[in-house]
Write a protein that binds this ligand. Structure first.
Ligand SMILES: C[S@@+](CC[C@H](N)C(=O)[O-])C[C@H]1O[C@@H](n2cnc3c(N)ncnc32)[C@H](O)[C@@H]1O
Length: 454
């Protein structure tokens, strides 16, 4: 274990570029460390010309590391905000100077309004700066802002009024760029800069590791944070583009698809991808009660991907079931593992434990286990036709005691499902051990399950 951990940490030293280059554009608490990807690419001896797939690509850690090494990669992701972040981070064609210029023009134009919004929120100035008309106009123009209010997010304090309206101002300006003929990739990059500073600067949220509303700040310097983010993005682009121009980074093709990794073969085929995948490096969800749409709710709403119950459900339903607020009557992935005793033993233990529980969510715990492993079974099965013979996969997962302290050895069961489907299990590396968060105090392993298609 020490060995694996040390090797993965040492991956940092072998990286050609500092960890924060590109990855920092938009961070996700649930991301894995980029040097873990470095280590796996090296273990697999992945080279330019190979194709790496991350079927649960999140914010693109695998894709960016592949791109830094000139290796082709494909990402599949169900959450549209994460998909956009992955796309932006793996597109280095944007002219850094152009990115700076466009953002500066926007910021200069809206600075007076942003200042008025800031002053109007201070008691001394509220009579001098009249911004009601401005707020009304912003709401008229922005269905995203209207939903943010009608869904109760403003009232519940996810953002305070002044930073909220400043962020809407910025959002509207970025959206307006399309009508001015500005390139879509550049607009997406600015959207990700906004998404990133929403969480880091504008909102009242913290992660621990769940997202929660914390310490209300009355105001925040939204425009300054945005400029700093865009400048960092431009500076990183300069670095990687210089390396590419000097042939230090080979050209590679990175594709990011919004889709459901439980039907990988279908998703790739639909998107015209026919080349075989050589390697998979990924961290799928695990059954931990983490709602990936809640972690990114602010960005999903602000960027207009979620504008009501239906649109939120659509995103949730594309995901592997892993928490009690994202499980539906019609779900039926459990049938794929109905004859797997190891999964049924956990579900049975939970059925017994929840029998006398009165709160509604507990009743679905056994189903989450079945739906989760059923979903992962479907994923592994759908991967087989697209993975080349001899192709290797690394699945980073953690054991759990989330549900009434019932031990769920996620890696062990995934390995078992993979074996049933015909994969070879080459190794299971324990790379981290942490204390359980459920009060049991018992250690919980995080593992990398290494599979191979014969
Ligand atoms: C642990 S996170 C991956 C984090 C990623 N390794 C990174 O560094 O950002 C798991 C991701 O899987 C996504 N996901 C869940 N179910 C999915 C599905 N069925 N298809 C595609 N993506 C899915 C979630 O939205 C989440 O972004």
């Amino acid at each position: 274990m020490v060995d694996t951990f040390a090797r993965i940490q040492a991956g940092r030293e072998r990286q050609q570029l500092e960890s924060d280059v590109i990855h920092d554009w938009y961070r996700f608490v649930l991301a894995y460390p980029d040097h873990l990807v470095t280590e796996m690419l090296e273990q697999f001896e992945a080279q330019p010309g190979d194709v790496v797939l991350d079927p649960f690509c999140g914010t693109g850690t695998t894709l960016v590391e592949c791109k830094k090494r000139g290796i082709d990669a494909i990402g599949i992701e169900a959450n549209p905000v994460c998909r956009l972040a992955s796309q932006v981070k793996s597109n280095w064609d944007i002219e850094p100077q152009r990115l700076r210029e466009v953002s500066q023009t926007i910021v200069e134009r809206i600075t007076p309004q942003s200042n008025a919004l800031a002053f109007s929120s201070q008691p001394l100035f509220e009579d001098i700066y009249e911004v009601d008309g401005l707020k009304e106009k912003l709401l008229d123009d922005s269905p995203e802002a209207r939903y943010f209010i009608s869904s109760g997010m403003l009232k519940r304090g996810w953002m305070s009024e002044a930073p909220f309206y400043k962020s809407v101002l910025l959002l509207d300006e970025i959206k307006a760029l399309a009508a001015k003929g500005i390139d879509g990739a550049l607009i997406s990059a600015l959207m990700i800069a906004l998404a990133s500073i929403l969480v880091e600067t504008a909102a009242n949220v913290s992660f621990g590791p769940e997202i929660y509303v914390s310490g209300k700040k009355e105001d925040a310097n939204v425009l300054q944070a945005f400029c700093e983010k865009v400048n960092k993005m431009a500076a990183d682009l300069e670095v990687v583009r210089e390396l590419a121009a000097a042939d230090e980074i080979a050209d590679s093709n990175i594709q990011v698809i919004e889709g459901d990794a439980r039907v990988c073969d279908h998703v790739l085929r639909e998107n015209g991808i026919s080349e075989a995948v050589d390697f998979v490096i990924t961290s799928p969800p695990y059954p931990t009660e983490k709602d990936y749409t809640r972690q990114t709710r602010l960005e999903l709403v602000f960027l207009g991907y979620v504008h009501g119950r239906k649109s939120l459900q659509r995103v949730k339903k594309t995901m592997v079931r892993s928490h009690s607020k994202g499980i539906y009557k019609a779900d039926n992935d459990g049938r794929y593992v109905a004859d797997v005793p190891e999964v049924q033993a956990i579900a049975d233990e939970l059925r017994e434990k929840v029998a006398d529980k009165t709160y509604g969510f507990a009743k679905v715990y056994p189903r989450i286990i079945e739906e989760y492993f059923g979903g992962m079974h479907r994923h592994l099965e759908s991967l087989l036709p697209v993975l080349r013979s001899g192709g290797k996969c690394a699945y980073v997962v953690g054991d759990q005691r989330t549900y009434l302290r019932t031990y769920t050895p996620t890696g062990e069961i995934l390995a078992l499902l993979a074996e049933r489907l015909g994969y070879r299990v080459l190794d299971t590396l324990v790379w981290r051990v942490r204390k359980g968060t459920t009060g049991s105090g018992k250690a919980i392993k995080e593992e990398i399950v290494i599979l191979q298609k014969p």
